[in-house]
Design a protein around this ligand. Structure first.
Ligand SMILES: Nc1ncnc2c1ncn2[C@@H]1O[C@H](COP(=O)(O)OP(=O)(O)O)[C@@H](O)[C@H]1O
Ligand SMILES: Cc1cn([C@H]2C[C@H](O)[C@@H](COP(=O)(O)OP(=O)(O)O)O2)c(=O)[nH]c1=O
Length: 217
């Protein structure tokens, strides 16, 4: 079976983590093996880098280098082997987050990011020239004010979540720009709706691609 790479994106508090298990269950019910993972993180090395990224002060270049270092290790150790086995890989965040947070959020040069994206995501897959990209990106789009309200009620903020609404307004614009540049890959979900409706939108986006139809030879 063909591997599939599906990413979950959106600003902090958009509802990504709340919905990833629902999709995993639906895919398993359709006969698929699922690998659940997240970024930054997903391997022992990348989880160490994640802890630094979320808690230690650093400039935007250091942040970007660490994010891509974590991503390359994650691709090498987890994502590419899972895709080669034919799994569906569900990943909570990937490179769109780097364009949204480090790029538009922090103001890091987008062309340099594109170069780093190519460098970090090429040369690991079985096809040597392939730059690994998601097959589908589920974009949980919520107004920054709604996300901030949810987070205030939910958890102690990390270094990103402690940013103000202006930062998240830029990050949200970063996601909208990425989505506009890859309309086939992105499915926009209205994340401000109640959970059941968000879940239904998510399942419909995956079903529309024929990926919930049960095992196919
Ligand atoms: N559709 C929704 N409506 C209301 N609250 C939600 C919804 N989805 C998630 N939440 C709540 O919002 C908070 C952030 O959700 P979470 O899934 O952790 O977001 P993310 O992973 O995108 O940062 C959690 O407390 C979660 O229970
Ligand atoms: C993958 C990635 C995440 N991030 C940030 C966004 C999030 O605030 C943070 C951690 O992501 P996340 O796992 O979504 O946080 P949580 O578990 O608290 O919901 O890392 C970047 O800045 N750039 C990136 O490339």
């Amino acid at each position: 079976m063909q591997g599939l790479f599906i990413t979950f994106e959106g600003i902090d508090g958009a509802g990504k983590s709340s919905h990833i298990d629902t999709l995993a269950q639906a895919l398993r019910a359709a006969g698929r093996q699922v690998t659940l993972t997240r970024e930054p993180g997903g391997t022992p090395l990348a989880e160490k880098l994640r802890a630094m990224l979320l808690h230690d002060a650093m400039d935007a270049l250091t942040e970007t280098l660490l994010v891509f270092a974590a991503r390359r290790d994650h691709l090498r150790v987890v994502i590419e082997p899972a895709l080669a086995r034919g799994d569906v890989v569900l990943c909570d965040r990937f490179t769109d987050a780097t364009f949204a947070y480090q790029g538009v959020g922090r103001g890091f040069d987008l062309q340099v990011l594109s170069y780093m994206e190519r460098l970090a995501q090429t040369g690991i897959a079985l096809e040597p020239d392939l730059m690994r990209n998601p097959d589908l990106t589920l974009w949980f789009d919520v107004p920054p004010e709604v996300a901030a309200e949810r987070l205030a009620a939910a958890r102690t903020p990390d270094r990103f979540e402690a940013e103000g609404v202006e930062f998240f307004t830029r990050v949200a614009r970063g996601y909208a720009d990425r989505a506009a540049g890859a309309t086939q890959r992105f499915a926009r979900l209205d994340g401000a709706q109640p959970r059941a409706q968000v879940a239904a939108q998510m399942l419909a986006a995956v079903a529309a691609r024929g990926w919930l139809q049960g095992a196919t030879p």
